[in-house]
Design a protein around this ligand. Structure first.
Ligand SMILES: Nc1ncnc2c1ncn2[C@@H]1O[C@H](COP(=O)(O)OP(=O)(O)O)[C@@H](O)[C@H]1O
Ligand SMILES: [Mg+2]
Length: 390
C-alpha cells in the first residue's frame, strides 16, 4: 500500500487536496482510502456524507474514514492508561484529574497514525491518502518517534529491571502499585508499531509527504520550516501543491493581489527547487461535494498519475554531531566551477549551474559556520563547525 500524506498550515486546503487526490486515484482504478487524522475533521462536510471511524464507501474504489482518537487510544494505550489512573487515584487524585492526566498532550495524534498499519495489513487498499493535522502537530508527531526510540534504547530496559528488583519494598513505601509486566508489554508493543510506522513513512517507495501551501508570506514560511524539518527526520517530500492561485484574468483591486502572489511564487520556486510544484487556482466558490473535488483534482493533476512518486531525491543529508556537521546536497550535472554558496540569515543559498536553491538551515546549525565546501562527484559536501565563543 502506498501512503500519501498531506500537511500544511490550517486552512490552506489540505482536506480539499487530500480528497481530490483520493478521487483521482479511485478514478484510475486504484483501491483508495482517504483518512483524516486532523481532530478538526472536515471530510464529512466536504464529501457531504456521514463519515466515521470505520471506512465507508464514497464511490467505486474509494472509501473514507475519520480516525477517532479515543478508540485508537483505548486499543494502544488502555493498559498503560489504567495503570496511570490507578496510580494517581491511590495518590489522592480525583477520578476526573486522573483520567485527564493519563493521556499526554499531543499523543492522540500519534495513535491516529497507527491506523495506517491496520490498513496496510488488511491488504484491501493500493493507496491511502492522509489528511493530516496542521504542520506543527504533524512534525511533532513524526519527531516523537525519534524521542521514543531514544528513550527505549537507553531507559526502558533499565527501568524494567529496576522495577522488578525494587517492587516489594517500593510499593509499600510509596503506597501505590509499580507498573507490572503488562504495562511494560504494552509500551513495548506500542514502540514496535511506532517504529514500523516510521519505517513505512521514511521509505520513499512506500510513502510521500506533500506540502500544501498558498502564495502568502506566512504560509510559505511555515511550509519551508516543514520542508527542512521533514528532510532532517528523513521523511520524503515529493511535491508542493500551491493552492488558491488567482487566475490571470482578475481585475479591479484583485490585480494587486495577483502581483503579490507572483512575487511569492518566485520565492516558492527558489525554496522548493527541484520539487515539482503543482498548482490549483482559487475557484469562485467554496469547494464542497464530489463534483467540486473532481474539478480540483483535474486542476492539480491533469493527466498526471496522482499516486506516482513525483520526486525521489532528498533535500539534503545531515551527518555528524554538535560541533561538526556535514550537509550533503545532491547536485547532479554541475561542475566545480559552477557551484557557489552563501549563508545569510539562517538560510543556505547555493548557486549551482545558474539554479539558485535557498535551504532554510535546521536549528542544529545555529551558531555554526561553513568551514569548507567541496563537490564530490554529484554530492556537494558542506562542513559546518561551531562558531568560537566571543
Ligand atoms: N482552490 C480553492 N478554491 C476555492 N476554495 C477553496 C480552494 N481550496 C480550498 N477551498 C476552500 O477553503 C476552505 C478550507 O479548505 P480545507 O481544505 O478545509 O483546508 P484545510 O484542510 O487545510 O484546513 C474550504 O471551505 C474549501 O472549500
Ligand atoms: Mg482540514
Amino acid at each position: 500500500m502506498r501512503v500519501i500524506l498531506y500537511t500544511g498550515k490550517g486552512g490552506v486546503g489540505k482536506t480539499t487536496v487530500s480528497a481530490a487526490t483520493a478521487v483521482a486515484c479511485a478514478a484510475r482504478g486504484l483501491r483508495t482510502i482517504v483518512l483524516s487524522t486532523d481532530a478538526a475533521h472536515s471530510l464529512s462536510d466536504l464529501l457531504e456524507r456521514g463519515i466515521g471511524p470505520e471506512p465507508v464507501e464514497i464511490v467505486k474504489n474509494l472509501e473514507a474514514c475519520e480516525v477517532d482518537v479515543h478508540h485508537e487510544l483505548g486499543l494502544n494505550w488502555g493498559t498503560i492508561q489504567t495503570y496511570i489512573k490507578h496510580f494517581l487515584s491511590r495518590r489522592g487524585y480525583g477520578e476526573a484529574v486522573a483520567e485527564e492526566l493519563s493521556v499526554l498532550p499531543g499523543m492522540e495524534d500519534l495513535f491516529s497514525l497507527l491506523r495506517l498499519l491496520e490498513l496496510d495489513e488488511s491488504g484491501r487498499y493500493d493507496v491511502a491518502i492522509l489528511d493530516c493535522a496542521p504542520t506543527g502537530a504533524t512534525l511533532q508527531l513524526l519527531g516523537f518517534t525519534d524521542v521514543f526510540d531514544w528513550y527505549m534504547d537507553r531507559v526502558f530496559d533499565i527501568e524494567r529491571k529496576l522495577v522488578r528488583a525494587i517492587r516489594p519494598v517500593a510499593e509499600r513505601i510509596i503506597n501505590a502499585p509499580l507498573p507490572g509486566d503488562e504495562v511494560f508489554g504494552q509500551v513495548e508493543q506500542l514502540y514496535q508499531r511506532m517504529m514500523r510506522i516510521k519505517t513505512m513513512l521514511t521509505d520513499p517507495s512506500r510513502a510521500s509527504v506533500r506540502l500544501v501551501t498558498n502564495a502568502e508570506k506566512m504560509v510559505i514560511a511555515e511550509s519551508r520550516r516543514a520542508y527542512t524539518c521533514l528532510g532532517l527526520y528523513g521523511y520524503p517530500v515529493d511535491a508542493v501543491i500551491i493552492n488558491r492561485l488567482l487566475p490571470a484574468e482578475v481585475d479591479g483591486y484583485l490585480r494587486q493581489w495577483l502581483g503579490i502572489q507572483s512575487r511569492h511564487l518566485e520565492e516558492i520556486e527558489r525554496a522548493f527547487r527541484p520539487l515539482p510544484l503543482l498548482r490549483c487556482k482559487l475557484f469562485p466558490q467554496e469547494m464542497t461535494g464530489l463534483a467540486a473535488v473532481e474539478a480540483v483534482a483535474a486542476e492539480i493533476f491533469g493527466d498526471r498519475d496522482p499516486a506516482a512518486v513525483l520526486h525521489s531525491d532528498k533535500p539534503f543529508d545531515l551527518v555528524g554531531e554538535a560541533g561538526a556537521y556535514e550537509m550533503r546536497l545532491h547536485l547532479p550535472g554541475v561542475t566545480k566551477k559552477e557551484v557557489d554558496l552563501l549563508v545569510k540569515e539562517g538560510e543556505l543559498i547555493v548557486n549551482a549551474g545558474g539554479f539558485v536553491r535557498h535551504i532554510l538551515l535546521p536549528r542544529q546549525l545555529e551558531h555554526h559556520t561553513v568551514a569548507r565546501a567541496r563537490l564530490d562527484g554529484e554530492t556537494f559536501k558542506i562542513l559546518f563547525t561551531q562558531e568560537k565563543a566571543k
